[in-house]
Design a protein around this ligand. Structure first.
Ligand code: FAD
Length: 502
């Protein structure tokens, strides 16, 4: 007899969704292996903003998730814009240049709402409106971006703690500081367990179903260099130091099919002052995402991207990579008093550089060419609408207030930098997670290079390849983790209890 019915590798959102789903679907003996010690548990999920992008349709459908929302936000359910499955698909298609895996995308989107209800109702995960991430206050009004409206209460920390509490209540065994090192197969090739590294011994642990939910290779400099190329080996890591690509390596070793964009990654503009690995207390407060209202320059003192290409939610996951490619992986975001009040609260974790003139400001910045920086800002000011014609400025949506004659142009929110004091924040590119992963089918079974399911092996979360290419719509990672985690857990339980072939 096997040691367990289901072994789940990892203890982030996807893995714990899988473990609890397996219990719900009848698996009696579920084991979670967490490579990190208990104090560092929870993977990237712990560090996340807890934001959840779901196709809820009408704002009223959010009431079961955040029943008290109107206490602090009168009119919330009516104010929230509708977000349909078609709109979510259009967003995913647009930001991935049409390359998202259609089969997986349809599952993700059609199950996004019901799965987040399940997380809330079965998983016991409290939620709240994501005001600081998805809303902009204009006077007394709160304007919401579409789709990513709700987040876990207390963000990723709350989400992770709630999943651990549910796992404990569900009688799921968790072993901390024990990483899966290899997959065990029987003589017919079915996965029947893992070889686990306890730090002292290598232990064989058996089960008829193994779910891999142990993240991507974002924390592994060698794999980043190998698959993403330079300068990704130098990127600061925004999340867990334990996502070293172990699960991918183990699965590829037994013939799993690599899937999705192996040179792709989620990477955001973060403070250049942050350490090489994220700090567990400040979680995701390194982000510097109010750049659409800024002018961004590199060390050579030049602009290098369109800060206003789209609302931040649809550019932030690729602009980290763009900054990383610049000299010294450094950029400066420059604001004036017209826009500085729009900065999201996470900027409070840095002390900005300020000055009463642009010349004094650039003199204080770490730059290779201060004179060029001043020329760039002056050229920018000359190429954007004159003072008084900024009336169309609307921070809540693409406002069409654009520059004219610059290379690159700023397509929206192109206000003049003319209201001192001027303020500058540093930015670099921080890596969040990697896109290249494994091919799974509709039941979250891992597919082999012979295009057949590998019996007994399932995957979820960052280990699912194909959904994200080039870019990513904010708030989709956790929902993908929950959707495919729930499916993987249920499939694993079916396999373990003999109700269907695993
Ligand atoms: C700073 C930051 C902010 C983010 N904000 C958001 C957000 O607001 N909304 C959103 O949707 N997404 C967000 N994301 C992305 C999101 O966090 C991830 O997509 C999601 O958490 C991935 O979940 P997962 O369960 O696949 O992986 P993880 O949560 O990373 O879990 C992986 C687990 O596997 C364990 N592990 C690794 N190797 C082994 C091994 N060999 N054996 C056993 N265990 C192992 C790790 O210790 C960890 O417990 C953010 C990410 C970061 C870093």
């Amino acid at each position: 007899m096997s040691d367990f019915d289901v072994i789940v590798v990892g203890a982030g959102n996807a893995a714990l969704a899988a473990a609890n789903s397996a219990r719900e679907q009848g698996a009696e003996r579920v084991l979670v292996l967490e490579k990190a010690p208990e104090k560092d548990r929870g993977g990237n999920t712990h560090y996340s903003g807890g934001l959840l992008r779901i196709a809820y349709g009408d704002g009223e459908k959010l009431r079961p998730l955040v029943p008290d929302a109107e206490d602090a936000l009168p009119g919330f359910f009516a104010d929230v814009p509708t977000y349909t499955e078609d709109e979510m698909m259009a967003d995913l298609m647009r930001v991935t240049a049409g390359k998202t895996d259609q089969t997986l995308a349809k599952i993700l989107i059609s199950k996004s709402y019901e799965t987040i209800r399940w997380m809330h109702e079965y998983g016991g995960i409290p939620m709240e409106p994501a005001v600081s991430l998805s809303a902009i206050r204009v006077g007394n009004q709160v304007k919401w971006q579409k789709g990513a409206i709700v987040r876990a209460l207390h963000e990723g920390v709350g989400l992770s703690n709630s999943w651990f509490a549910k796992s404990q209540a569900n009688g799921i065994a968790i072993r901390y500081g024990v990483g899966a090192a290899e997959l065990l197969q029987d003589e017919d090739g079915a996965v029947v367990g893992v070889l686990a590294n306890t730090g002292e011994t290598l232990e064989e642990i058996t089960a008829p179903a193994v779910v891999l939910g142990c993240g991507g290779f974002e924390a592994n400099a060698q794999m980043r260099a190998q698959y993403l190329g330079a300068p990704w080996d130098h990127a600061k890591v925004r999340g867990s130091a334990y996502n070293q690509g172990d699960g991918l390596r183990m699965a590829l070793d037994i013939g799993a099919l690599p899937w999705g964009q192996w040179s792709g990654r989620h990477s955001t503009p973060i403070s250049n002052e942050w350490p090489d690995f994220a700090d567990r207390e400040r979680t995701d407060r390194s982000n510097r995402l109010s750049y659409p209202y800024s002018v961004m320059i590199n060390r050579e003192g030049r602009r290098f991207l369109d800060e206003g290409e789209d609302v931040g939610m649809y550019t932030y996951a690729k602009y980290g990579g763009r900054i990383l490619q610049e000299t010294g992986a450094l950029a400066w975001q420059i604001f004036d008093q017209q826009t500085v009040h729009l900065l999201e609260p996470r900027y409070n974790t840095s002390e900005p550089i300020t000055a009463n003139s642009l010349a004094e400001l650039v003199d204080q910045l770490e730059l290779d060419d201060h004179a060029q920086a001043l020329r760039t800002l002056e050229a920018y000011n000359a190429a954007v609408p004159a003072p008084g014609s900024n009336d169309g400025f609307d921070p809540t949506q693409k406002d069409g207030l654009r520059s004219s004659g610059l290379q690159p142009e700023k397509s929206n929110w192109a206000t003049r930098l003319d209201q001192p004091p001027f303020v500058a924040y540093s930015a670099t590119g921080g890596i969040t997670f990697t896109f290249g992963a494994l091919k799974i089918d509709e039941d979250a079974r891992v597919i082999g290079t012979d295009w057949r399911p590998i019996r007994g092996l399932f995957a979820c979360g960052e280990m699912v390849g194909g959904l994200f290419h080039i870019n990513y719509p904010g708030g989709t990672g956790l929902v993908s983790g929950a959707v495919f985690g729930k499916i993987a857990g249920a499939s694993a339980a079916r396999g373990a209890t003999g109700r269907a072939a695993g």
